[in-house]
Design a binder for this molecule. Structure first.
Ligand code: ZN
Ligand code: ZN
Ligand code: FE
Length: 758
């Protein structure tokens, strides 16, 4: 119980964390009214500034409520409280933001876009409401943020909404401290806000939406300007439309995401656990990977050869409005060419998809930053993040134990993200993507520029991968050349994977990290090789490579990544001579001509265009090729997804024999046994069981050390499920990233964390 006293005092409060644009000011205003307190509240570029004056016990109650139940989207990392002289203020006010006195915009966290809230959704569907069917309805608790913010502090004039002058009605809601839209910076209505357009015509009474949905129903492909970029849309049941859409996107097989009308519709097509339902309905509204039911009318082309569907629900009013006219499910996928970032400009979309120019439903609000849809899954109670973007990103991790210098970590080459660290803040960008394409690299550079400007940030240290050919590494080197005062640090790829997990879970002790991945630049003293099947003993100070997969050659270098049978062949070369191999009757070996076999054999022997590699990701490719040698890989992870589907079909607990000698995990017997087996589902299941056995055996040997799982291989749902069960049965403590990407999207976080901890 606070001591009751009639003495009056005045406190100055400074709040840091996610405190702007989340309804803090109206909330505090209403609290001040409730407790009859005076003073003011103001956003400034370092956070939130409150001065509160009144009777001491009322101030106590105010503070108590404020700290225990902040607004739903807020996250308070730190409050500084100082008593100052009373000023006999006459009221409580919301003051204009101040931008002066802000040497560094330290603590203001970036804000992610939040899906339509229930209150707004009710208004959207209420024909008597003035925002009925208005596709840009929002309030303090929902709507676009990251995609419309140009600079901080988060005020309308610093957003894409600055172009729209509020009408009188919106203004009065904005000014009314009792309204849900009090100081909602993106407030708008049919009269004053953004409008839809189709074929150059402004929408009238929803006719554009009607026209667009008619076109979809007729089997056409439409383009829609969403929150963070343009989406390609078609009916998921229409095989022909799906194939056409794939052709436009130049994406032959990689699964396409589906948007459903509501959760009940999802349940007709997919198995949905409670945890998955929660993810689907969460305010972030990510794409959730679900196992599909056998009998669905989704076109085969949506997710060929796999039994997982990426599913999400309408996240903005615009999608809700579409589903008033459509049953769905719809294919909703970013409008871009495969490998490039999602398109945010109308001009670009019309240029690249000119043949669809009459099928574009667009609007007149600028997208300041493009943003993809996030992808997550739930595996045995663990949330796994595969892509951190809309709703989640940019993401801030706040760790008061850290007081580092200004660090810019540049991440990986694939699934790139960047991380900024300063003070106690670590900020992980949203998904940037592949840096192969010019557009991808451009987006990478723009993100760096934006973050630097937003936080008034000049890095003292730049961190990058060791791979000399990564565009991010080249950028780092160039940066340091031009800014010689900046220090450059390189962190080994798989160590960075482990560090990302350590950063998320604040692991400060030694741990045993299983970094099972695609390929990453290794560190073998003089000899450079490609890693990806490493067991590292890690701490934040360094790592030691304890175990690794027996190496094999990538025949033809990058060509082997597209043609898994080459990887399988390389594994065979590790055990058999050419003569022995020619005697083995197996479809894989028969798929090569004798000439090819001879050439590859010599490449492998002499190491010509055949770099050595220890990647588990590639081992998946090899096993997959032994099941189906004709298949060419069209996207990263395809072999894993197909093996996972196969393994799921076979509940066996059998496994292959493997050997571990001197820290080398050998697979000779695994491959020998597979050569004699014909049932693909059995092979897949036994292979995954074998990996589980290997991980459990090594974990037990190093008992006492907590285990870290990181790297792209652990995106394999069936493997992870089996593994988590085995850890629990064996009472092994393990850590896995839940809220940061477990794949290369987490690399920049690990890199930054390493430097922070030195
Ligand atoms: Zn709302
Ligand atoms: Zn209005
Ligand atoms: Fe990786």
């Amino acid at each position: 119980m606070p001591v009751q006293s009639n003495s009056t005092k005045r406190l100055k409060l400074e709040l840091y964390g996610v405190v702007q644009g989340v309804g803090f000011r109206p909330y505090v205003y209403q609290l001040a009214q409730q407790f009859s307190l005076l003073g003011f509240i103001r956003n400034d570029s370092s956070g939130l500034h409150i001065e509160i004056e009144g009777e001491s016990f009322k101030i106590e109650s105010f503070l108590d409520t404020l700290t225990k139940t902040p607004p739903p989207l807020a996250r308070v990392d730190k409050i500084q409280i100082k008593e100052i002289p009373t000023q006999n203020t006459s009221q409580f006010e919301i003051l204009q933001s101040s931008v002066e006195d802000a040497p560094i915009q330290k603590y203001v966290m970036p804000l992610a876009d939040i899906s339509l809230c229930d209150a707004c959704k009710d208004e959207l569907k209420d024909s008597t409401n003035r925002r009925y069917a208005y596709p840009f309805i929002n309030c303090t608790n929902c709507g676009a943020r990251h995609t419309i913010i140009k600079t901080l502090p988060y005020d309308r004039e610093h957003t894409a909404m600055a172009a729209f002058k509020m009408c009188d009605e919106c203004q009065s809601e904005y000014d009314d401290p009792m309204s849900r839209r009090f100081h909602a910076e993106a407030i708008s209505c049919k009269k004053c806000g953004p409008q839809l357009y189709m074929q150059g015509r402004k929408d009238k009474d929803g006719e554009c939406v009607k026209e667009f949905t008619q076109l979809i129903k007729r089997g056409n492909i439409g383009i829609l300007k969403g929150m963070g970029g343009f989406h390609l849309i078609c009916e998921a049941a229409n095989e022909q439309s799906v194939q056409e859409l794939r052709k436009y996107k130049n994406r032959p097989a990689k699964p396409l995401a589906l948007m459903f009308k509501d959760i009940n519709a999802v349940k007709q097509y997919c198995y949905v656990s409670d945890a998955e339902e929660e993810l689907l309905l969460s305010k972030e509204r990510p794409i959730v990977l679900l196992r599909k039911k056998q009998s669905t009318c989704v076109a085969h082309g949506v997710a060929p050869n796999i039994d997982i569907l990426g599913v999400f629900l309408p996240y903005s009013a615009l999608y809700e409005v579409l589903f008033e006219e459509l049953e769905g499910p719809l294919v909703v996928t970013s409008a871009n060419l495969s490998g490039e970032p999602i398109i945010q400009d109308e001009e670009e979309v019309l240029e690249k998809f000119s043949f669809l120019e009459n099928s574009v439903l667009t609007h007149d609000r600028e997208i300041v930053h493009h943003c993809d849809d996030s992808v997550v899954m739930d595996v045995a109670g663990e949330k796994i993040t595969l892509r951190l973007s809309r709703g989640y990103g940019p993401k801030s991790l706040y760790d008061t134990s850290l007081k580092g210098k200004k660090i810019l970590a540049l991440g990986s080459h694939q699934k790139n993200t960047i991380t900024l660290a300063f003070g106690s803040n670590i900020i992980l960008s949203a998904h940037i993507g592949e840096l192969d394409s010019l557009l991808g690299f451009d987006s990478f550079v723009k993100t760096i520029e934006y973050f630097k400007k937003l936080y008034n940030f000049e890095p003292e240290t730049i961190v990058c991968d060791m791979h000399p050919e990564y565009e991010s590494t080249k950028f780092a080197k160039e940066y340091v050349r031009n800014n010689p005062q900046v220090e450059l640090i390189k962190v080994q790829h798989h160590y960075a994977h482990a560090l990302a997990c350590m950063a998320e879970h604040k692991i400060n002790k030694e741990a045993l990290a299983f970094c099972f991945d695609g390929t990453g630049y290794g560190e073998d003293g003089e000899l450079q090789s490609i890693w990806g099947g490493e067991v590292l003993k890690v701490s934040t100070k360094g790592y030691k490579r304890h175990y690794h997969l027996q190496t094999f050659a990538l025949l033809g270098g990058d060509k082997a990544l597209k043609e898994p049978r080459r990887v399988a062949l390389a594994l065979l070369f590790n055990s058999y001579t050419l003569e022995e191999l020619l005697k083995i009757q197996h479809p894989l070996i028969n798929s090569f001509t004798k000439n090819e076999l001879e050439t590859f054999y010599h490449m492998s022997l002499k190491g010509i265009n055949a770099p050595e590699c220890s990647s588990v990701g590639r081992l998946f490719d090899a096993v997959f090729a032994l099941c189906d040698c004709e298949h060419k890989i069209s996207y990263e992870g395809e072999s894993g997804l197909i093996l996972e589907r196969l393994a799921h079909e076979n509940p066996t607990s059998l496994a292959y024999i493997y050997e571990i000698n001197d820290g080398v995990i050998g697979y000779k017997q695994i491959i020998d046994e597979i050569l004699c087996e014909k049932n693909s589902a059995l092979i897949a299941a036994k292979f995954l069981n074998t990996l589980v056995n290997i991980i459990i055996e090594i974990s037990k040997k190093e008992s006492g050390l907590p285990v870290i799982l990181s790297g792209g291989v652990f995106q394999n749902r069936t493997l992870l499920e089996k593994l988590i069960n085995a850890f629990n049965e064996n009472k092994i403590e393990y850590f896995i990233q839940n809220n940061t990407p477990i794949n290369d999207g987490g690399i920049s976080l690990g890199q930054a964390y390493y430097v922070l901890k030195q």
